[in-house]
Design a protein around this ligand. Structure first.
Ligand code: ADP
Length: 482
């Protein structure tokens, strides 16, 4: 189909389909009719000839032709028949000796042709149409009833042959007319096929026009219900439009969240700077204090931008991943070592339990970030003193990482939202504890890119457990290199 791009047109295909089916039908009908007519003409010629020869045979009996073949009347009759049928008539007696021949060449000879023998034996008319020689042959037995014995006696056989040339001439004339009719039919067929093809694609054109006319996600596509298929296309498009609307809404919400989040630290910086500016002769202590706050706000702004960039990079999908075989035990040791000072500061014990050596295909940098986010949360949203336990296990297919803490727990109403971008739990503690609300969104995205899963179990006031499952061998997305 690549070589014939024009065949991709549905209209052309319908047109060709109707045209080809029509052509096949017209030709089959023409062929059927012509050969049927030819057969009938041959049959009628055979019957006609049999009838005429029979009449002649009756005369023969009257003239006792089989004993004395000199009858002028019969010979004239035979010659006439032979002329009419453009053929030859032979009369054989019961000894198969030719007693009359309209060609006068076989007189006195013995003729034992197949038809003659069969007609003689079966005492019925035997006819044969030879397409090669273009002759119809009819062998007619001439019989007589013996009055005394009541038995039928065969006196002889008449073999008449007739040329089919006349029939053929008529047939070629009929064929010619047949062709003319066929050409007219084909012209009509082309018109009908073109009309049907264009009528059959019209609903699809209406669908295309209706879809092309949609300019916003809010707009409904008018239903094109000519065909079941067009209704289905419009319905599928409607569903796609709804999905896109949800995506667009979430994109808009994301943009407004981002703007809001980015503006908050800047607004604080502005307030702090303005109040310093307005205060004449402010003490150095106050400057130091305000500058510390400004620096903290800059850090926060930086943190949000870093997380945002990370999240945007994730959106590129698996193509941005650098997958390699990683020693997960070592990776976890490095992470816990790095988070050690933060944990100690918050009086949180970090416990790492590795049940077995595990190596897995993963993007070490991204996975470090994802696991760090969970452990950091465990430290941040914990009691002081408290603990965070990291347990690593694996089967032959998956590694399982369970990160539990003795922290505050997550209320049931919030648990469904913690992976959303910018979602931060209970506002009262979110002010005290730093964070952007992007950490778990990044973590979840990373885990999904590794074709893994993340689960949360939490009891308010007792603690939270995150269960991460990652396949040991990386399953590449088709068409994307990992
Ligand atoms: P951030 O920590 O920056 O607020 P995250 O996306 O990491 O953002 O987490 C979203 C929210 O989920 C947090 O604000 C917090 O309310 C809740 N949360 C996450 N981890 C824990 C945990 N281990 N214990 C209690 N609450 C948690």
């Amino acid at each position: 189909m690549k070589r014939f791009p024009f065949l991709k047109s549905f209209r052309l295909r319908v047109f060709l389909l109707i045209l080809l089916s029509g052509l096949v039908l017209v030709n089959v009908m023409r062929y059927g009719m012509v050969s049927n007519l030819y057969g009938r003409l041959i049959e009628s010629q055979t019957m006609d000839m049999t009838e005429q020869v029979r009449i002649c045979a009756n005369s023969m009996k009257n003239y006792d032709f089989f004993r004395d073949a000199s009858s002028e009347a019969i010979n004239v009759q035979l010659a006439q028949l032979s002329r009419i049928y453009e053929g030859r008539i032979l009369v054989m007696d019961r000894g198969f000796s030719v007693i009359a021949d309209t060609y006068d060449i076989s007189l006195g000879k013995i003729m034992i042709g197949e038809e003659v023998i069969r007609a003689y034996r079966s005492e019925t008319v035997v006819s044969n149409h030879d397409k090669g020689t273009r002759y119809i042959e009819v062998a007619i037995p001439v019989t007589e009833n013996d009055v005394q014995t009541g038995e039928t006696e065969v006196l002889g056989v008449i073999l008449a042959s007739a040329s089919t040339d006349e029939i053929r001439r008529n047939m070629s004339d009929i064929q010619r007319r047949g062709w003319i009719i066929e050409i007219v039919l084909v012209v009509l067929l082309i018109g009908a096929a073109a009309l049907s093809a264009s009528l059959s694609v019209r609903p699809f054109e209406r669908v295309t026009k209706a879809i092309a006319g949609v300019v916003s996600f809010e707009e409904d596509v008018p239903l094109v219900s000519d065909y079941k298929e067009t209704t289905e296309i419009v319905e599928a498009f409607q569903k796609l439009r709804q999905r896109l609307k949800v995506l667009d809404d979430s994109r808009q919400e994301f943009v407004s969240n981002v703007s809001h989040e980015l503006k908050t630290p800047i607004a604080s910086i502005k307030v702090l700077a303005d109040s310093l500016n307005m205060q004449e002769g402010a003490p150095l202590e106050m400057y130091r204090d305000f500058m510390k706050d400004i620096s903290a706000e800059v850090d926060r702004e930086n943190e949000i931008i870093t997380d945002l960039l990370e999240l945007v990079r994730m959106e590129k999908g698996a193509s941005g991943m650098h997958v390699e075989n990683v020693n997960v035990n070592e990776l976890l040791e490095q992470i816990t070592k790095r988070l050690g000072p933060l944990a100690r500061k918050s009086e949180v014990d970090l416990i790492l339990e590795s049940h077995r050596p595990v190596t897995a295909d993963m993007d070490a940098v991204k996975m470090t970030q994802a696991i760090t986010n969970i452990i950091e949360n465990g430290i941040k949203y914990n009691k002081h003193p408290g603990w965070v336990r990291i347990v690593l296990d694996a089967d032959h297919k998956y590694m399982t990482l369970t990160i539990s803490d003795s922290g505050t727990g997550i209320p049931e109403t919030e648990i469904g939202h913690i992976f959303e971008r910018f979602y931060r739990g209970d506002k009262s503690h979110s002010k005290e504890i730093s964070g952007t609300g992007l950490g778990l969104a990044i973590t979840r995205k990373t885990i999904l890119l590794h074709r893994g899963s993340i689960d949360v179990k939490s009891v308010l006031g007792e603690g939270t457990s995150f269960i991460v499952k990652i396949p040991l061998s990386h399953i590449r997305e088709t068409g994307e290199s990992a």
